[in-house]
Write a protein that binds this ligand. Structure first.
Ligand code: AMP
Length: 507
């Protein structure tokens, strides 16, 4: 079925089929979700908010966050923000977005309220109505009244979602994603994973990130299937949710998969009954060792995909069996065209190393009000991802690093991913992240942070000797620190840039 807006997408599911769920909550069916979207758009219009007007959303993770993305997104532009932000961060984002309103949950304290008051952004309270089904809510407009410039359901080229880039080195940029962009991405993911109405996704990803919004929520609904929304990732509760929700799949970032694996042994029985059709991993590179362990533990294929905010998430993905999945590869183009480009803007043949570029119906038209960034980001109609990689003869893409994450050791480039892969093979190592450490002569030197497996030990010397068996000297980390946990960003991704500073490793 053809759909290019969220409202059209919501028409795919059958009336009585479950659309949204949550632990210990009655599901909301598609008829209920459509009624919620229709009512929400009418309520927003009565507040003077219409198509392309921005509504910032600060809600706890859960079915209401998913439902508000869908219902508000049906008739306005959603701007989900991380509820963990501090006042200064809310001030930056609310100002940068020029939000017309801020939606918060009734009774939930958040510094966003005071910031909105200071900036004169009207606050709309969302009241969950779990008795009516997971995600159901009503909005209290307060004194907000008006007539929007454009009322009704959004059109294909209207902006459905704005997110900021997760850039760690520069000021975050606004990424506008049109209704058609997010719908194309949802359709691509559904095709890759052969999603059907019978599928049920367990969402543990944060819903202020593109991965959770599109891969878990929108792709499921676009296939007429269901998403069960948890309050957010929790390795201790994961297995109980698995048992209760009986999902056919889940999607997560590698650090979450690793945390799940570390508790798998004591949850053998639940895993045995789970019957997952597949597990999806995206947003950061999945070490082949973790992929193997996950497949062996859950007895289902692990599908690694490659996603990015600017592409409304999915760009490439390993295919389901019987087609081959290649560990260490992010798979084949899965939606947009994917190619490798050199610095001059020439497309390169298979086997060459260069920048990954994409173009297709899911890709943003460009950063908002940022001609400089757009000049750099687009070349001959291709969007430059900033990732470095290579495509093999069979079309499988391997990401070799983030161009700006490459460690530059006095001119010698070291891919942190390559070092990670080698050290991961040491039996005592559970997790490793290689990063650049400032060095007074070389500029940068290679360092690594390691989490050891429970009950195992290894010294810095042992790990360096181990790495030196497979890596040239210049790639062997000069410094290895042992940690109980590696600091992560808001989305659960490991952040190589800035890690040296966080760990107090200076020149
Ligand atoms: P985000 O916009 O937060 O989704 O981050 C996008 C970036 O995450 C990409 O440009 C890549 O650098 C990285 N990324 C996403 N998926 C993968 C993957 N499977 N393997 C390696 N890096 C990935």
């Amino acid at each position: 079925m053809a759909f290019a807006t969220i409202w059209e997408l919501l028409a795919v599911g059958r009336d009585g089929d479950a659309a949204l769920g949550a632990p210990e909550t009655k599901a909301l069916d598609f008829a209920g979700l459509r009624a919620l979207a229709r009512r929400t758009v009418a309520d927003l219009n009565a507040m003077g908010i219409g198509r392309n007007d921005r509504v910032a959303i600060v809600l706890p993770n859960g079915p209401e966050m998913a439902a508000s993305f869908l219902a508000i997104g049906a008739g306005a532009t959603t701007a989900p923000l991380n509820p963990a932000y501090r006042a200064d961060e809310f001030e930056f984002y609310l100002t940068d977005l020029k939000a017309k309103a801020l939606v918060v949950q009734a009774g939930e304290e958040t510094p966003a309220r005071a910031v909105a008051a200071k900036l004169g952004v009207p606050v709309v309270e969302l009241m969950p109505d779990r008795a009516a089904g997971a995600g159901s809510f009503t909005l209290a407009a307060g004194a907000l009244k008006g007539v929007p410039a454009q009322a009704g359901f959004a059109d294909t080229e209207d902006v459905a979602l704005v997110l900021h880039t997760s850039g760690t080195t520069s000021r975050p940029k606004i990424v506008p994603l049109a209704q058609a962009n997010v719908c194309a991405s949802a359709r691509h993911i559904g095709q890759t994973l052969a999603l059907k109405p019978a599928d049920r996704c367990l969402n543990i990803m944060p819903l202020f990130h593109i991965h959770g919004l599109i891969a878990a929520v929108l792709s499921s609904l676009a296939a007429g299937g269901q998403t069960v929304c948890t309050p957010g990732f929790n390795a201790l509760k994961f297995f109980a949710w698995l048992e209760e929700a009986k999902p056919s799949w889940y999607t997560a970032v590698p650090t979450m998969h690793q945390a799940i694996l570390s508790r798998a042994e004591r949850n053998r029985e639940i895993i045995g009954r789970a019957g997952l059709r597949f597990i999806r991993s995206s947003s950061a590179s999945l070490p082949p060792q973790v992929m193997q362990e996950l497949e062996a533990t859950f007895g289902c294929p692990v599908i690694e995909s490659y996603g990015m905010t600017e592409a409304a998430h999915q760009m490439a993905s390993n295919p389901l069996p019987p087609r081959e999945r290649k560990p260490g590869s992010v798979g084949i183009a899965a939606g947009p065209e994917v190619r490798i480009m050199d610095e001059e803007g020439n497309l390169l043949p298979s086997g060459s190393l260069g920048e990954v570029v994409i173009r297709g119906p899911n890709v943003t038209k460009g950063y908002e009000a940022n001609p400089d960034a757009n000049l750099k980001a687009f070349a001959n109609g291709w969007f430059r991802t900033g990732d470095q990689g290579t495509i093999d003869e069979e079309g499988y893409l391997r990401i070799t690093g983030r161009l700006k994450e490459l460690i530059n050791r006095g001119g010698e480039k070291v891919s942190p991913l390559e070092v990670d892969e080698v050290i991961m093979d040491h039996p005592a190592v559970q997790q490793v992240v290689t990063f650049a450490m400032p060095h007074d002569k070389l500029g940068e030197e290679v360092a690594a942070a390691v989490v050891l497996r429970e009950g195992q030990s290894a010294t810095e010397r042992e790990l360096r000797d181990f790495a030196a068996k497979k890596l040239a000297d210049f790639k062997v980390p000069r410094k290895i620190v042992f940690l109980a946990e590696i600091p992560k960003g808001a989305t659960g991704k490991l952040q190589r840039i800035g890690l040296a500073g966080k760990l107090g490793l200076g020149a």
